[in-house]
Design a protein around this ligand. Structure first.
Ligand SMILES: Nc1ncnc2c1ncn2[C@@H]1O[C@H](COP(=O)(O)OP(=O)(O)OP(=O)(O)O)[C@@H](O)[C@H]1O
Length: 239
């Protein structure tokens, strides 16, 4: 059964078509990667899915209901969680407090209900020792981990990750990938936008390529990366 379904979704800014008749299904339990050149419309697609930005045309269904006209809070409470390309924690709150906010508002639970759950998320995301550190004191890897943890605090059925591996060293990237893989193996469906291809393809089993707001390839990562069009457009390799 598909958890997420986009049908002919369109979005333009002025004359710029940023999302051009995108039709896409994500099955429950899948890990899907999205790649494409800068400006291809990847983050906008997440904005449309999560309700941060309204579609011009088309429909979006999530967990069996049409969410096209529904606000972001409603979609979040249905189980759509996301991380942002640039981490946006509450800087003066501690790591633990950031999670409590995500759990209480995103998942609509009382503070007393979420304490154990937030501690568990800290453990799963490798942040337990940082629980009492102010978010604005964290180094980059931990900020990325907090971004992931905050999204998990909202109890997502579908986790949208936007370039979470960007800017990390090779070993930091490997350790973050392990965390993401464990989250996926724990049953969370993942859609992950990423420029760090080796990190992405070590987790996802399906890859979609966006170019000028259109899906130009969709399939197994090896087959997609072997495609002539993808190599020309995405990697800039003449074949
Ligand atoms: N609010 C907005 N108003 C006007 N143009 C926008 C807006 N948001 C995005 N765009 C434009 O839409 C295009 C797609 O942007 P988007 O951020 O979705 O691309 P992207 O594929 O995520 O790029 P990157 O890989 O660089 O993050 C870009 O040309 C961008 O400048």
């Amino acid at each position: 059964m598909s958890l997420l379904r986009l049908d002919n979704v369109c979005k333009s800014y002025g004359t710029l078509k940023v999302t051009d008749h995108v039709t896409l299904e994500v099955a429950e339990g899948e890990a899907l990667g999205i790649i494409g050149p800068n400006g291809a419309g990847k983050s906008t697609l997440f904005d449309l899915i999560t309700g941060r930005v309204a579609v011009d045309a088309g429909t979006i269904a999530f967990a069996g209901s049409d969410v096209t006209g529904r606000p972001a809070t409603h979609r979040c409470r249905l189980g759509l969680g996301r991380s942002f390309q640039i981490p946006r924690p509450f800087g003066r709150l501690t790591v633990f407090e950031n999670l409590v906010v995500g759990a209480a508002f995103g998942a609509s639970r009382s503070e007393s209900e979420v304490t154990d759950r937030c501690a568990d998320i800290l453990r799963r995301t490798g942040l337990l020792e940082r629980a009492n550190t102010a978010a604005n004191q964290l180094p980059l890897l931990q900020r990325k981990r907090l971004e992931l943890a905050r999204a998990l605090a909202t109890e997502p059925k579908l986790l949208l990750l936007d370039e979470i591996a960007g800017g990390l060293t090779e070993s930091e990237c490997r350790s973050l990938v392990e965390t993401i893989r464990a989250i996926h193996e724990g049953g969370t469906t993942i859609v992950w936008i990423e420029h760090v291809l080796h990190a992405l393809t070590s987790v996802v089993e399906r890859l979609v390529v966006l170019d000028f707001g259109r899906i130009i390839a969709d399939g197994k990562p090896d087959a997609v990366m072997a495609s002539r069009e993808v190599r020309e457009i995405y990697l800039g390799i003449e074949v």
